[in-house]
Ligand binder design. Structure first.
Ligand SMILES: [Zn+2]
Length: 505
């Protein structure tokens, strides 16, 4: 016998009698308001709960909310019940399948523990303690004459005259400036203040295999003068070796702080891409939609001016200020005039940031001098005009390419991937990555050893790895799911969420 409900009158149900067979997956369907939830949740489940509560002692029951008996004549064959209710996502462009399922949080933790930074050109960066550096230089360059240099200026503009004078006064006379050697005692070179320069000071020339104390002294001095970085040049060889107590990109001078889980959060100012504020996309103007018919007179060619009289007034004024006749067809307006009207002083192809609860930039122009300025004001207004959305298109953020994080965060990689790369993967790819990455992890270099393993996090152990595996076993029709995309957007959570009353994986 199945589960028999007789004479159900919960809410708007009209004396319904129904029997559900056991050991079957049963789907209750119907149009909105037909009573699906009344039958399943408010009758079947409610009665199951009520009967369960009755099994408690009178004493225990006084602490429970009294459960009302659903309006029905009889219910037979009911076993204990559980209900899994649909999980409602809030439609926030910041939520992703990754953040709502916490997969992303585990990955952030993993990245903050074992990811390593790479330079802009793809070199793995390493950091050392002073003692490790001394040992390393002795082992690597012992038996050779090397120059130990302290980097003073890295990829920055300026003439640096005073800095060079100060160094000379302190007794440092040999410099490497933009790759050339100079002896300052014979004169200070004039540097072009508008050009980018690299300056290193020569600390000592020695054979690290011979003079231990000399090496120690030079390393400490170079690290002090070079603000925790030093360079080594083999005599007669062009290569410069960069070493640092911190993670530093020797080409750009960019240093990387010890990463924290926040470093990898697009919801935190410590991690978010400054261009798109961590949303991964920006909004661009669809200029072709703004002027769909170039044969129309300039006054009528602007599409939103036909929908909104305020726009029309502004547009007429703008044409007037530019001394353009209203009836000149828009297509006949010279391109540079068109650009001046639409973009003004702004660069063509500017974009809006994705709108958030908080206005992104407080804009207070007294009088917009271009259509772009006018639309920007309208866009960031508390209630932007409804027509505006029709002229905007979402575009992948040009700075982070959809990876949502700032460059310093994306420089950290595991197995060749930044955490932003993972966000662009489909779930099946992510699952594969999590399977494969433990084998790819190189044994950390000695200074990182403790850091890598003391945290106890490894890809194999993190629960997120298992979680990422769950949705992959969904039917193929649910694929692809970009787990890093907004939870409310098609192709992500919303795409595999059944309608009302459904279960969510
Ligand atoms: Zn961005």
């Amino acid at each position: 016998m199945g589960i028999l409900l007789r004479g159900v009158r919960t809410h708007n149900l009209k004396d319904l009698t129904v029997e559900f067979p056991r050991y079957r997956l049963i789907v209750v369907t119907g149009v909105s308001g037909s009573g699906k939830s009344s039958l399943v949740y408010d009758t079947l489940y409610a009665e199951g709960q009520r009967r369960y509560a009755e099994t408690f002692s009178t004493y225990a029951r006084q602490f429970l909310q009294s459960l009302e008996r659903p309006d029905l004549d009889g219910l037979e064959g009911l076993s204990p019940v559980i209900a899994m209710e649909q999980h409602r996502f809030n439609h926030n462009p910041r939520s992703t399948l990754g953040t709502t399922t916490q997969i992303y949080d585990y990955l952030r933790l993993l990245y903050s523990r074992i990811a390593e930074p790479y330079s802009a050109s793809g070199q793995k960066l390493t950091r050392y303690t002073p003692e490790e550096l001394v040992a390393l230089l002795r082992e690597k360059f012992g038996g050779h004459q090397i120059r130990i240099l302290a980097p003073i200026v890295r990829a920055r503009k300026g003439h640096y005259r005073e800095d060079l004078q100060k160094l000379l006064k302190k007794g440092y006379d040999h410099m490497r400036i933009d790759g050339e050697w100079y002896d300052l005692s014979t004169g200070i070179p004039t540097l072009d203040r508008n050009k980018i320069h690299d300056i290193e000071v020569l600390i000592d020339t020695l054979d690290p295999g011979r003079s231990h104390e000399g090496l120690q002294r030079a390393v400490h001095l170079a690290l002090k003068l070079g603000k925790r970085s030093l360079y080594v040049a083999e005599k007669g060889a062009p290569t410069l070796w960069a070493y640092s107590l911190d993670y530093v990109d020797p080409e750009t001078g960019q240093s990387f702080d010890e990463p924290q889980p926040n470093t990898f959060s697009h919801n935190s100012p410590y991690g978010a891409c400054p261009t798109c504020k961590g949303l991964g996309s920006v909004k661009v103007l669809r200029t072709e939609e703004l002027f769909p018919d170039p044969t129309l007179p300039a006054r009528e060619a602007l599409a939103p001016a036909r929908e909104d009289s305020e726009v029309l007034v502004f547009w007429q004024n703008l044409l007037h200020r530019h001394q353009l006749p209203y009836d000149l067809p828009w297509g006949k307006v010279p391109p540079e005039k068109q650009k001046a009207l639409v973009w003004g002083a702004a660069e063509e192809g500017q974009f809006f940031l994705e709108k958030e609860d908080e206005p992104v930039v407080p804009i207070r122009w007294h009088k917009p001098t271009s259509l772009w300025e006018y639309l920007q004001i309208a866009y960031y207004e508390e209630r932007s005009p409804r027509w505006l959305e029709n002229y905007l298109a979402a575009q992948t953020c040009p700075a982070c390419h959809g990876r949502r994080l700032k460059p310093e965060s994306l420089a950290f990689r595991i197995g060749g991937c930044s955490i932003g790369d993972l966000g662009l993967m489909e779930l099946s790819e992510l699952s594969r990555w999590l399977e494969e990455v433990p084998e790819e992890l190189s044994p950390p270099s000695p200074p990182n050893w403790g850091r890598a393993f003391s945290g106890g996090a490894s890809a194999r152990e993190i629960p997120g790895a298992g979680r990422a595996g769950v949705p992959v076993s969904l039917p193929a029709s649910f694929q692809p799911i970009r787990w890093g995309s907004p939870a409310g957007s098609p192709g992500s959570a919303a795409g595999h969420r059944p309608d009302r009353g459904g279960l969510h994986p």
